[in-house]
Design a binder for this molecule. Structure first.
Ligand code: GLC
Length: 752
């Protein structure tokens, strides 16, 4: 008997009450068991960068079992290394099975629409392609080791402000091309066992009741076969949700809603077949999960810590390194001043449901001491209070240390009280007491290095001109302290690249005018132009562009070749080039490939990221990099056709080091084999009708030749005026010759 046959048999033996019971949890983290049928509960828990399992998961207590705290998504996305993310997924699966967890509630892949988003630390990027690549790798890594993922939060959960009620108004193209396409990639390429619906409304309908998203798109278009679980407490009307495609309500128990499901079936308001399908989906995942748990292996916690350290180091982005301040040369240091509260009390993850109880925690100061000892004397001064209060004494003490030292390393960033699930940031500045500290230290110590621990872009303009080096260390997980020391002393050559733009000022950000919304609605007024798409289109120079990051070495690019210059909209394209390490030390380069249409019927971003590769190169080593583009990489979504369109025309293939630095480019021409015809309507212009073969034939059969000539003569402004008119106006100008009935017949004939 196949699994599905077994499931069908179970469903046939279930009572209506038992079926309804499976539609909600047994407790906060367990799904429902049905002892009579031998169906155990599943244990699900957060989160995206570590297993956050309560000691007593049957309660809502928040004291969590120790687990490896990996770098958060904002960090790992900056590694631009899907293989690394996959390894993290595999490690998380091992820890899940150690604790009996069947489904891990991650990855969170919502886009960083505004740097103010309180959960941006938990999300990957402003770009849907990079997001999709990272999410796919995570889900593959987790699930191939037998633990389910929960792809979240579907969809457009891009802020914390009023997150459980806000209504995100997003036009169809923006929704498809920007906020859904990362989910689409992961669902199609990694097949997550579950998807978690978002709290918020999307165009007026709650994520938990949005059948357009949960059924039409997720299941019917993308082929999702798992089950949809609500975000915790996201369920609104349980029966409406079930019909829309919400299979499992969490947390449980929800006896009243289970009852409502039973009564809806009994009253004929809910087709039992819909309930059966939900139960089938749930049982399919349950059996997958039970199977997955069979391959437990002992967790190598040290190996996981080492992986966390490697991942953190791979994710850190060297933003500034004037006069080769970094890496620190131990033989050139007598005293090193380590400054900042975060050096002793590391800021290594974000606040909220993803917060892990780390099995161990590297202290940056200790790691720096270990790396520099015994040759270098390392001093410490807290420099600021985490509370944000000013304390001139702390600054004075830090300045004294900095003045005496060869180099000062200042740890700054965003504390939990500023950046967390549940609330957004009011601005993107660092806490004022940290800014004052950085400026005071830089005034006495020209060799000042700033290390940042934050989950999303921060403004640096007040102080960045005064310091020669800045390392973006993100929220780097439990091993972040060791990773920072590895980078500072050159044990690891930084290779991270920004997965989000750092604007000069918040007001430059495209969402500035509309974030976070008002009166219960947030308008995605910037449309497609999120992140670099906006800065490009507007010609606004950011502080640091998407894809940016420095290295301790240098890379040269040459020999761009395309597999063809002419292709059809059904062909793939291979792009190859050679990258050489022309510096003194080994390093990794992230080759980025953007596609730029020369023209298009609809407005489009200047260019969009469509492929990338991270390559390791020894000094002097050259490697050929090959990247593949598929037809969809040239497409945009056209609501007029409710489909993705590859328009005939010329496109630039841009090989870049960041969104602001193209190093090689070549053009291709695409021939469209699919003819796109928009149905002619009464509002279509006469020009549209004349440019359409059938439309023209119909007009020729109805209008006198001299009138047609008037419309089409290209050198008269009269023609220009009339041909722009919607066809329906011909009735008004035909002196009775053309009636509404004629018009309806013409439209039917033209579209037949
Ligand atoms: C939270 C979060 C979600 C998390 C869930 C369970 O509200 O939005 O990401 O997985 O509830 O903690």
């Amino acid at each position: 008997m196949t699994v599905q046959e077994k499931i069908a048999k179970l469903i046939s033996e279930m009572t209506l009450e038992e079926k309804a019971a499976l539609c909600s949890g047994q407790g906060p983290w367990h799904t429902q068991a049905i002892q009579r049928l031998g169906l155990p509960a599943m244990l699900v828990t957060d989160g995206p960068h570590g297993v956050r399992l309560a000691e007593k998961p049957e309660t809502l207590e928040w004291n969590n079992r120790p687990a490896t705290c990996f770098p958060t998504n904002a960090a790992v996305a900056s590694s631009w290394d899907p293989q690394l993310v996959k390894e993290i997924g595999q490690a998380l699966a091992a820890e899940c099975k150690e604790m009996g967890v069947h489904v891990l509630l991650g990855p969170g892949i919502n886009l960083k629409r505004s740097p103010l988003g309180g959960r941006n630390f938990e999300y990957y990027s402003e770009d849907p392609y990079l997001t999709g690549q990272m999410g796919t790798a995570f889900v593959q890594g987790l699930q191939e080791r037998g633990v389910g993922a929960s792809l979240k939060h579907f969809a457009a959960n891009n802020q914390e402000f009023e997150r459980m009620t806000i209504d995100a108004h997003i036009d169809e193209r923006t929704l498809r091309e920007i906020y859904l396409s990362g989910f689409e990639q992961v669902v199609k390429e990694a097949k997550p066992w579950t998807v978690m619906c978002a709290y918020n409304r999307i165009n007026g309908v709650y994520g938990s009741e949005n059948s357009y998203l949960l059924t039409d798109i997720l299941r019917e278009e993308w082929g999702f076969e798992g089950f949809v679980v609500s975000d915790w407490g996201a369920t609104e009307d349980r029966v409406v949700g079930l019909k829309a495609g919400l299979d499992l309500e969490m947390p449980g128990p929800a006896p009243a809603n289970d009852r409502r499901i039973v009564e809806a079936v009994q009253r004929g308001e809910l087709d039992e077949a819909v309930l059966d399908e939900t139960v089938r989906r749930y049982l399919t995942v349950l059996f997958q999960a039970l199977e997955g748990q069979k391959t437990k292996e002992p967790v190598d916690w040290d190996a996981h810590h080492a992986l966390a350290r490697r991942a953190a180091a791979e994710s850190m982005v060297l933003l500034k390194n004037y006069d080769q301040t970094l890496p620190l040369q131990i033989d050139q240091l007598e005293e090193l001043a380590v400054i900042g509260h975060f050096a002793m009390t590391p800021r290594f993850q974000g606040g909220g449901s993803s917060k892990v109880n780390p099995r161990r925690l590297d202290i940056p100061l200790e790691e720096i001491r270990a790396a520099a000892a015994p040759a270098v004397r390392v001093t410490y001064a807290p420099g600021y209070l985490e509370s944000g209060e000013a304390d001139p004494q702390l600054i004075a003490e830090a300045v004294d240390n900095a003045r005496r030292a060869s180099v000062a390393v200042v740890f700054a960033g965003l504390p939990d009280r500023i950046e967390s699930e549940g609330y957004d940031r009011p601005h993107i500045n660092l806490p004022e007491n940290q800014v004052q500290l950085i400026e005071a230290v830089a005034r006495v110590q020209p060799r000042t290095v700033v290390v940042l621990n934050n989950g999303s872009a921060v403004a640096m303009t007040p102080w960045i001109g005064s310091v020669p080096a800045v390392l973006e260390a993100w929220l780097p997980g439990q091993a972040g302290g060791g990773a920072i020391a590895d980078i500072l002393f050159g044990k690891v050559n930084p290779s991270g690249r920004l997965a989000e733009t750092f604007p000069m000022t918040l007001r430059d950000n495209p969402s500035y005018l509309n974030f976070p919304g008002e009166n219960g609605v947030v308008r995605y007024g910037e449309g497609l132009f999120v992140g670099y798409r906006y800065y490009d289109k507007k010609g606004i120079r950011p502080l640091f562009p998407f894809g940016y990051g420095l290295s301790y070495t240098k890379f040269a690019y040459e020999g761009l070749e395309l597999s063809c210059q002419e292709l059809k909209d059904t062909d793939s394209l291979t792009v190859s080039l050679t990258v050489t390490n022309v510096g003194e030390v080994a390093g990794k380069e992230v080759v980025q490939l953007y596609v730029r249409p020369h023209q298009s019927r609809l407005v489009r971003p200047e260019k969009e990221l469509k492929a990338f590769a991270k390559v390791y190169l020894e000094p002097g080593q050259a490697k050929q990099v090959q990247l593949q583009l598929q037809p969809r990489d040239f497409a945009y979504y056209d609501p007029a056709y409710r489909d993705w369109v590859v328009e005939e025309g010329d496109y630039d293939i841009l090989v870049a080091k960041s969104a602001a630095e193209t190093v090689l480019s070549a053009a291709v021409h695409i021939e469209a084999t699919r003819q796109w015809r928009r149905p002619l309507t009464r509002d279509s212009s006469i020009k549209d009708w004349m440019n359409d073969e059938k439309g023209r034939q119909v007009l020729q059969s109805v209008l006198p030749p001299e009138q047609l000539e008037m419309f089409m003569s290209s050198d008269s402004e009269l023609a220009a005026m009339f041909s722009a008119m919607p066809i329906k106006k011909l009735v008004s100008f035909s002196q009775g010759r053309l009636t509404e009935e004629h018009l309806e017949q013409m439209i039917a004939a033209a579209n037949s």
